[in-house]
Design a protein around this ligand. Structure first.
Ligand code: FRU
Length: 495
């Protein structure tokens, strides 16, 4: 893996010409996605500023132009009419002021119908590298680019550690006020959320206090990327706790969790129904953020970074890494969160492919996977074993197995030729609420997203198969359908 100096990681992008060659080179990679948003060059991480505004879906991602490294972060802008077809728009926010001199870090958006407002963390660092995080704002200008508010809305609080970032903006109709949730760390090293409120978006912000998440006063060392939304009569709270291991998650210290419950803005208390849940059970899923202005009180639209802060991936050798997940529709039924790709994704089905005969009594089904497409497995009961991306000798596969008695699905990537992030674990389990009846797999060139029982639980991971390793084998009682997908994300050079 390449070693980067601080100067290299924090180099300012002066002209698109500096990275045109990088883009040309990575376009040829066999791992470039065709229906997922991915970095134009370099590294993409958190989704930012996700909102529907005047008929257009706006999405930004944390972007380091130079390679597969976390350095100077920009907001890179993509837009879509339908959450499926995405277009590169170029830089949205650049680290070009005193307040954000070392990065325009994560944040969110909100539309009031007339204007689209952005809230982000200005990552200021002094000469001696001391960090001061500012909560900054911007507004979409007439030319379609965010225009920064001249001064930050507020600076950091001294009664917290330096980790204070990732403003999530929400409107509370009952209080007739806007709220900003900020991921933070207390002075004694515990993860938390700071809450600010104001009657107006660009003025008047005051610190209300710290979120009380009942029962979670000590849960990890920093809660990155908080997100809160009401779905029907429940509230959903999501964040990414760091610096802690959680049961069943291998050696990883980065997680993305959710709570269903009720948020009381008078007491700043979120009372969860039960404990925390993993938003996704896969190896690579982080910093999830919902879209603002979805316009349906019974659902939310969520997107995440397919990646984790301390991980790196085989595409790093080609000087790029990262991808956005598919946007998912979230609903809550019987107190449980369901997540399923937005309906438009299935309109990408270009042709149905032969998928072997239905398997009964444990027969083997063999077939060939599309590079980009969908596999649907209707399960007939009992255990299942699925191998994806096998080579001609049946080797080198991603193994997905289902234990019917335990109602647990296990994904093991240790058999694949390209292994990565072995030290955090290569085998993870996904416990299900109900027996597995249906498994939907969305495969793109370097990612797989699994949805069990129409979104009851999900599992997202990067995979880096060799171009010719497209075989699959299924053992168990099941029926398989396969589709090849059309491309829907333009990989054009816009900076
Ligand atoms: C999460 C995160 C955020 C921060 C951003 C910087 O991955 O660490 O907390 O704003 O990335 O890129």
């Amino acid at each position: 893996m390449r070693e980067w100096t601080r100067e290299e990681r924090y180099q300012v992008l002066e002209s698109p010409e500096q990275i045109r060659g990088l883009h040309e080179a990575i376009r040829k990679s066999a791992w470039r996605q065709t229906y997922h948003v991915q970095p134009v060059t370099g590294l993409s991480s958190d989704p930012n500023g996700f909102a529907f505004h005047k008929g257009v879906w706006h999405l930004f991602y944390q972007w380091c132009p130079w390679g597969a490294v976390h350095g100077l972060k920009y907001w890179y802008h993509v837009t879509s009419p339908d959450l499926v077809h995405w277009k590169n728009e170029g830089v949205g926010l650049a680290p070009d002021t005193y307040y954000d001199n070392r990065g325009t870090h994560s944040g969110s958006a909100i539309s009031d119908g007339e204007d689209l407002y952005f809230f982000y963390t200005g990552n200021h660092r002094d000469e001696d590298w001391t960090r001061t995080p500012y909560t900054c704002a911007a507004k979409l200008g007439a030319d379609g680019k965010p225009v920064k508010r001249e001064k930050p809305l507020f600076g950091p609080r001294e009664d917290y550690a330096e980790h204070q970032r990732d403003p999530k903006i929400v409107w509370n109709a009952k209080k007739q006020r806007y709220y900003i949730f900020i991921g933070a760390q207390t002075l004694d090293g515990r993860g938390t959320v700071q809450i600010y409120s104001s009657k107006e978006l660009f003025e008047g912000w005051t610190f209300e206090g710290q979120l009380h998440l009942v029962g979670y006063e000590s849960f990890g060392g920093m809660w990155e990327c908080p997100y809160i939304v009401s779905i029907g009569d429940k509230d959903l709270l999501i964040f990414s706790p760091q610096y802690t291991k959680l049961p069943g998650r291998g050696e990883s210290t980065n997680h993305n969790v959710y709570f269903i419950g009720k948020m009381d803005y008078d007491t700043l208390t979120f009372t969860p129904e039960g404990g925390y849940h993993h938003l996704d059970h896969g190896f690579d899923f982080y910093a999830a953020q919902g879209a603002a202005n979805v316009g349906d009180p019974d659902k939310a639209i969520l997107i995440a970074w397919i990646g984790l802060p301390d991980n790196h991936y085989p595409s790093a050798e080609e000087d790029w890494e990262g991808s956005m997940s598919l946007p998912r529709e979230l609903t809550i039924r019987d107190g449980h969160l369901f997540q399923y790709p937005v309906p438009g994704v299935k309109e990408l089905r270009a042709e149905e492919l032969p998928a072997g005969n239905p398997s009964t009594d444990g027969q083997l089904v063999k077939g060939t996977l599309p590079k980009a497409g969908e596999m649907q497995i209707l399960c007939g009961g009992g255990d299942l074993k699925l191998h994806l991306f096998e080579d001609a000798d049946g080797k080198g596969a991603l193994e997905i197995s289902y234990d019917d008695k335990a109602k647990v699905l296990t994904v093991d990537k240790s058999g694949m030729k390209h292994r990565f992030n072995e030290s955090v674990g290569e085998r993870l389990e996904m416990p299900l609420l109900t027996p597995l009846k249906k498994l939907d797999l969305f495969i793109d060139h370097s990612s797989v997203e699994l949805f069990a029982n129409d979104g009851e639980e999900t599992f997202t991971s990067h995979v880096y198969p060799e171009a010719e390793d497209t075989g699959y084998t299924l053992e168990g009682t099941a029926q398989v359908k396969l589709w090849r997908y059309n491309a829907s994300v333009k990989d054009d050079f816009a900076v």
